[in-house]
Design a protein around this ligand. Structure first.
Ligand code: 5GP
Ligand code: ZN
Length: 120
């Protein structure tokens, strides 16, 4: 069930459109509407979890799979770490103190030439 009035639940259900990079039973990845870098993708679980602070021990496998998915998507998008100066950044903002704007857990996947507009 999607969480009422949650923007990313609505994106996960398709009610609000997004430019998808990946979807499976558990996760969705789509381009950030206000990209901070050349590559800026958000990876979300379909299940509504508001913040990383809400995660408990039983969420550890989901969090692990989310980070491994981010690494696979970096490969798919051509920004994986393959030596030299290559690589990407993953960021999870938590709460106002962490700069979180949307309260549905998500990992940012950022890559590309500096400077970035945010999260650089
Ligand atoms: P946060 O600040 O919560 O870590 O990141 C939320 C991100 O969601 C921001 O980078 C923002 O640009 C992105 N965002 C906000 N609304 C939408 C939307 O409707 N569609 C997409 N694709 N991204 C969004
Ligand atoms: Zn949600």
């Amino acid at each position: 069930m999607s969480h009422e009035n949650c923007l990313f639940c609505k994106i996960a259900s398709g009610e609000i459109p997004s430019t998808k990079v990946h979807e499976d039973e558990e996760f969705l990845a789509f381009y950030d509407i206000r990209p901070a870098a050349q590559t800026h993708v958000l990876v979300i679980p379909r299940r509504h979890i508001a913040t990383l602070s809400d995660c408990v021990e039983s969420d550890a496998p989901l969090l692990g799979r989310m980070m491994v998915l981010a690494a696979r998507l970096a490969e798919k998008l051509g920004c994986s770490y393959t030596g030299g100066e290559t690589g990407f950044r993953t960021v999870i903002n938590t709460g106002p103190g962490g700069g979180q704007e949307v309260y549905h857990l998500h990992a940012h996947l950022l890559a590309g030439p500096r400077p970035w507009l945010r999260m650089g």
